[in-house]
Design a protein around this ligand. Structure first.
Ligand code: FNR
Length: 379
């Protein structure tokens, strides 16, 4: 191991900031509008206090858990984030290899900058696929079928994005380049001859021209994303795939109950990394409400703001089966490629292991509500 490797996610973030062009870093790091929810996603974790139990034999810690019958080495999953070639020329292929080497599930984004088939063949691991539904249902259905035939095991339908929040993609010149990077993988086959090889490519090529009247990504999203998507479409989705379906982007008990009624395989408490609706609740603050509403019917996952193993521990204590991490892995990829992404996952695993030991939990099943104190508990 090199001597001066980053020792936590924050240091990876610093390295990524130095390594990336400003526009790419801002796109990855940014949140919607005033970024209130972005700050809260992290701050809400800091207000949850751990209640350690002592004098437990913690010489063996087992972090493994199961999801859909698959055994995972730890409850940490790589969240779907678009455009990994913004961070590294190998893009999602590198991230997939990193996740596989940690025995972690990766969720491939609909806006992947690498082809589904290339990611699938780059390593042998359990993968899930994230879906946006387009007005032209055939586009979405085709991608679902491609993912299924490549061996993806579950579908995450993102439900918090009927339209795109605009702020992150401003100004237009930036968003056009990001558009080029994220849509080229699977969605614009006619443009694949211009496949992005490096971040430098983003400044040239067919989409690299600066536009001043609105952004390409914004217009593309408005033309494609289907804002009419509703609960009844879950039936349609079930009819085109046999993959189990998770809904990603649930933050209320009301929607959690509907999701269970709709027969989904799981619910993901997410606010899209605070990139869509500003003033949506911090996800860790919404988790318990959703867990209570779901009442054990299906697994509940959570993402947003997880930067430490103790955050993973807190999410599990509040009822999450597993967590997903987005930006940290992206930062690892930007800083040190596949090795960086792997190191970020391993660091979080290591931190979780220590948190479990210091709280007297030998397995994830032993992490309970009594191991945390929330603000609500203190009132
Ligand atoms: C995302 N996210 C996301 N979600 C999704 O369903 N489809 C997508 O294509 C993307 N793309 C994307 C790009 C970038 C750069 C980021 C940062 C996020 C949201 C992602 O799945 C997840 O919900 C958050 O990233 C979790 O928050 P943290 O871990 O980044 O704080």
């Amino acid at each position: 191991m090199e001597d001066n490797l980053p020792v936590n996610v924050r240091e990876y973030q610093e390295l990524a900031k130095k390594a990336l062009p400003k526009m790419a870093y801002d796109y990855i790091n940014g949140g919607a509008e005033d970024e209130h929810t972005l700050r809260e996603n992290i701050a809400a974790y800091t207000r949850i206090i751990l209640r350690p139990r002592v004098l437990v034999d913690v010489s063996k810690i087992d972090m493994s858990t199961t999801l859909l019958g698959y055994t995972m080495r730890s409850p940490i999953i790589v969240a779907p984030t678009g455009g990994h070639k913004l961070a590294h020329p190998e893009g999602e292929k590198a991230t997939a290899r990193a996740a596989a080497s940690c025995n972690a599930i990766m969720v491939l984004s609909f806006s992947s900058s690498c082809k589904i088939e290339d990611v699938a063949s780059s390593c042998n691991a359990i993968r899930f696929y994230q879906l946006y539904v387009y007005k032209n249902r055939n586009v979405s259905a085709t991608l679902v079928r491609r993912a299924e035939s490549c061996g993806f095991k579950a579908l995450l339908l993102t439900v918090d994005t009927p339209m795109l929040e605009k702020g992150i993609f401003y100004p237009a010149s930036i968003s056009n380049r990001i558009y080029t990077a994220i849509e080229i993988g699977n969605l614009a086959p006619q443009t694949t001859q211009f496949e992005i090889r490096s971040i430098g490519d983003l400044n040239s090529g067919p989409f690299g021209t600066t536009q001043t009247n609105g952004s390409q990504l914004e217009r593309f999203a408005r033309a494609t994303l289907d804002p009419s998507l509703s609960w009844k479409d879950i039936e349609w989705l079930k009819s085109i795939t046999s993959m189990p379906i998770f809904l990603k982007g649930i933050v209320t008990a009301e929607d959690a109950r509907r999701a269970v009624e709709a027969g989904v395989a799981g619910v993901i408490v997410s606010n899209h990394g605070a990139r869509q609706l500003d003033y949506a609740p911090a996800t860790i603050a919404a988790l318990e409400e959703v867990v209570r509403a779901v009442a054990g019917a299906v697994p509940v996952l959570v993402d947003g703001g997880i930067r430490r193993g103790t955050d993973v521990f807190k999410a599990l204590a509040l009822g999450a089966r597993a967590v997903m991490v987005g930006r940290p892995v992206f930062f690892g990829l930007a800083a040190r490629g596949e090795a960086g992404a792997r190191h970020v996952i391993e660091m979080l695993n290591g931190e979780l292991e220590v948190a479990m030991a210091l709280c007297g939990c030998r397995s994830v099943g032993e992490i309970t509500r009594s191991h945390v104190m929330t603000e609500g508990d203190r009132i």
